[in-house]
Design a protein around this ligand. Structure first.
Ligand SMILES: *Cc1c(COP(=O)(O)O)cnc(C)c1O
Length: 431
């Protein structure tokens, strides 16, 4: 018997397997070939059996031609930035698929002429916020702020901003630095804990482009504090831009401290900026809403082209605005008793298969730099801590959180129709 590693079949022979041939058609030959070569290498290293190369390659094939993998978010963080923020609704995903090919995003089928890009999504946004005279959509909220600075505080113009609102959003992203990168200057006013309308008034001069109010969305300052209200600032003679962050379009009784676009506009904001993929539950996008003439100036700025969104974003945004409640909404509104019931049912199934599991009360959070003080009562499966890593390595990967020596799977962020998948994933890690 010669060295079995000599017997490794040639790549082209392996690729002739009908399952691999179909995969090459669906996913592209390069990806499938790489999977086969990987399996050959493992056989050569003695890690797998030579006769099992094809089976191994078939099992290792990705589902789609991208390395981004769908995961079950059991962290209890509703808007989890590292897990892609808002999961899209089925309606939004369908809209993305429909718009993925050639589409009339910028074309009027009746006349055969060019049409306003993304008019459907813009109309949906305008309908959702009647207080806005004009609306525009860019790549994300950071892009919306950038465009405001470029268009409204050009050539060293000043942006008046409270010292209490010099905010870092996360991963080193600081709003003042973003604004200054355009050449605009930040005119800081007030103190960390208190800023009055007089502080703003004293700073306003010929160089002022606009007053910016940033919602301190991911932290809270309590105690001896005061911030000027939008109504007071609107009485000053410069545009007030309000970054509400979270993307709430209207007040939400469940999140009473979270600012929303409609209220800010009613209070006199000239422009509001917000994210599309936080509490709105849509795709990554920056929403700009406000006075028609200012929105027009933003749209006409040369940089608007560099910040514009693609057809997939427009499709998902419109479907989020017009369609059924997206997963973020459902997660926020979930009834704690119903979550407890789901957890109890899952735990009974798991215990019946010999898994060491308990149901515990949990506290979920909004996340994504939103509503930092809000605690959402929830229910979780409590599993041995060492399962956390195995669950992440499974298919689909399940991401929980480790707390006080246990791995918790919080059901508030797991869609109700994913319970069976969650159950199967846990069973695969424990059997
Ligand atoms: C999240 C957030 C941003 C950044 O939004 P992106 O859409 O991630 O660019 C800016 N400002 C506030 C207040 C935020 O909460």
């Amino acid at each position: 018997m010669g060295d079995p590693r000599r017997r490794i079949p040639r790549t082209d022979l392996l690729l002739a397997d009908p399952r691999l041939a179909k995969a090459a058609h669906d996913l592209g030959p390069a990806l499938v070939k790489a999977t086969v070569v990987d399996a050959q290498n493992r056989a050569r290293a003695g890690e797998i059996d030579v006769d099992g190369i094809v089976e191994h390659a078939v099992a290792a094939l990705p589902v789609v031609a991208s390395t981004l993998r769908p995961v079950l978010n059991a962290t209890g963080v509703v808007v989890h930035t590292n897990l892609g923020r808002a999961p899209l609704s089925a309606a939004a995903l369908d809209a993305v698929r429909a718009a993925g090919g050639s589409t009339d995003v910028e074309f009027d089928l009746a006349s055969g002429q060019r049409a306003r890009r993304g008019r459907g999504a813009l109309a949906a946004l305008a309908e959702a916020v009647p207080a806005a005279e004009g609306v525009h959509v860019v790549n994300n909220n950071a892009a919306a702020l950038l465009l405001c600075a470029l268009a409204l505080a050009p050539a060293g113009g000043e942006i008046v901003l409270s010292r209490g609102e010099l905010v870092e959003i996360g991963d080193g992203f600081r709003i003042p630095e973003l604004l200054e990168s355009t050449g605009a200057r930040i005119r800081e006013v007030g103190t960390t804990n208190r800023t009055t309308v007089d502080d703003y008034a004293a700073a306003i001069g010929p160089a002022t482009g606009f007053v910016l109010k940033v919602h301190p969305s991911n932290f809270r300052v309590t105690g001896f504090t005061a911030q000027a209200r939008v109504e007071e600032l609107a009485a000053l003679d410069v545009p007030v831009v309000v970054d509400v962050g979270s993307g709430l379009l209207r007040p939400d009784p469940a999140l009473p401290d979270e600012p929303d676009a409609t209220t800010a506009l009613r209070e006199g904001a000239a422009l509001v900026t917000a994210s599309g993929d936080k509490l709105l539950g849509g795709p990554q996008a920056g929403l700009l809403l406000g006075r028609a003439n200012l929105v027009q100036r933003l749209r006409r700025h040369p940089a608007a082209r560099a910040l514009r969104v693609d057809k997939l974003t427009l499709a998902a945004l419109e479907a989020t605005l017009r369609g059924p409640a997206p997963p973020v909404r459902l997660a926020l509104d979930a009834d704690p008793a119903a979550l407890r019931e789901r957890a109890t049912r899952l735990a009974a199934d798991l215990a019946g298969r010999g898994v060491e599991v308990a149901v515990v009360d949990s506290v979920a959070v909004v996340g994504g730099g939103g509503a930092p003080g809000v605690e959402l009562p929830s229910a979780a499966l409590s599993l041995p801590a060492e399962l956390a890593e195995r669950l992440r390595a499974g298919e689909p990967p399940v991401v929980g959180r480790v707390e006080r020596g246990r791995c918790l799977l919080d059901l508030r962020t797991v869609p109700a129709d994913a319970d069976q998948r969650l159950l199967d994933a846990v069973l695969r890690c424990t059997s």
